[in-house]
Design a protein around this ligand. Structure first.
Ligand code: PLP
Length: 389
């Protein structure tokens, strides 16, 4: 039987938009130049990279000279954090991040902690938000760097980065934010934000996988992690991934157009219908993360008494793609560090499901999910070892 297919895992990755693919394709075939070559093929490729840099910069209100292309969002996070820490000449050893970061930030800080840096992990509140008061309490005279994500990938909560960055400015610490989930989805203007470095990744905004960018405010010095031919202003050597960089630029143009066309409110309307529908149709279920200060396309819930993996697999069988909150990256069954940091107990955290909508999600898709999800939960609850407890 052919089932309907509803992809609701856009926080994990998005499809490459048609316009993006069209912009990239010639750079794989008819325009094969290395942007560092002096001949016409090289100059053509260089033009593609330069234009893309302008477009990515313009999406976040930056200057093109402040954008460095990297291999992915994780590479940008590593470059920002290690690059800033190693470039320091003041001898400061205290660095701060939060308890709910993506592993690209979290594990980098843990690793630096094992290499002699003094790391503070800021607590999150019940919505997964990092409160400015928590940073005020933790920041010190010897704090070198603070990294707090713009919005959380698991629960969608948007952090008050204006206030967090302002505290860093006041105290002379650098501020980095991982904007992988927000760039291209909500407006960002670094010209009005106290942010020194900001991470982006194309595949979360309808661009290709394996290309990231780091905004580095003019004047900030980073130590490169990759030495070589001196590309990307010497900060990230390696022949530019021309086609993907061009794709990133095209995805930035498209994202801007869609802001203007009201995509944010269209998708958040559908998301609210989904979350309200789940809460009203499935007992003992609640939304995780902040209800209003959240990414417009992001839904996440905890369904009590059952496990996220069971729901994910049955939803998959019904043609619906969602993700569970467990640490699926490591294949372990540890519940998500984000949900635990928000104060949920292990059993409840195991019942988490993330449903993230996209540009193609329709009203009918949401009706379909609301029809299929409740009976799946009912069956799993009948089989649940927790029932009757
Ligand atoms: C918040 C956040 N940061 C970083 C990353 C890593 O990005 P990439 O997959 O491009 O390395 C992700 C991807 O899931 C993310 O959600």
């Amino acid at each position: 039987m052919e089932t309907r297919k509803v992809y609701l895992d856009h926080s994990a990755t998005t499809p490459v938009a048609g316009e993006v693919l069209e912009a990239m394709t010639p750079y794989f075939t008819d325009m094969p130049g290395n942007p560092n070559s002096l001949h016409r093929w090289g100059r053509e490729a260089r033009r593609g990279v330069d234009e893309a840099r302008e477009n990515v910069a313009s999406l976040i209100g930056a200057d093109a000279r402040e954008i460095v292309f990297t291999g992915c969002g994780s590479a940008s996070d590593n470059l920002a954090i290690k690059g800033a820490v190693w470039a320091d000449k003041t001898g400061r050893k205290h660095i701060i991040t939060s308890a709910v970061e993506h592993h690209a930030v979290m594990d980098t800080f843990k690793w630096l902690g094992r290499s002699g840096y003094d790391v503070t992990f800021l607590p999150a509140d019940e919505f997964g938000m990092i409160r400015p008061e928590a940073l005020r309490d933790a920041i010190r005279g010897d704090t070198l760097l603070v990294s707090v994500m713009h919005a959380n990938n698991e629960v969608g909560t948007i952090n008050p980065i204006e206030e967090l960055g302002a505290i860093c400015r006041e105290r002379g610490a650098l501020f980095h934010t991982d904007a992988v989930q927000t760039a291209g989805h909500i407006p960002i203007d670094v010209s009005n934000l106290p942010v020194d470095m900001l991470t982006m990744s194309a595949h979360k905004m309808y661009g290709p996988k394996g290309i990231g960018a780091l905004y580095i405010r003019r004047g900030i010095k980073l130590v490169p992690l990759v030495h070589g031919g001196g590309q990307e202003y010497g900060i990230r050597s390696g022949t530019e991934n021309t086609a993907e960089i061009v794709g990133f630029g095209a995805s930035a143009i498209l994202a801007k157009k869609l802001f203007e066309a009201g995509e944010e409110s269209r998708v958040s309307g559908l998301r609210d219908k989904l979350l309200d529908g789940i809460e009203s149709r499935i007992p003992d279920t609640f939304v995780t993360g902040h209800r209003t200060r959240r990414l417009p396309f992001h839904g996440s819930v905890c369904v009590k008494l059952i496990e996220g993996e069971g729901m994910l697999l049955r939803m998959d069988y019904a043609g619906i793609g969602v993700s569970s909150g467990s640490a699926c990256t490591s294949g372990s069954l540890e519940p998500s560090h984000v949900l635990l940091a928000m104060g949920l107990d292990h059993a409840t955290a195991h019942g988490s499901v993330r449903l993230t909508l996209g540009r193609d999600t329709t009203d009918e898709d949401i009706d379909y999910v609301l029809e299929k999800f409740p009976p799946i939960v009912e069956i799993l609850r009948k089989m649940s070892p927790y029932k009757g407890g």
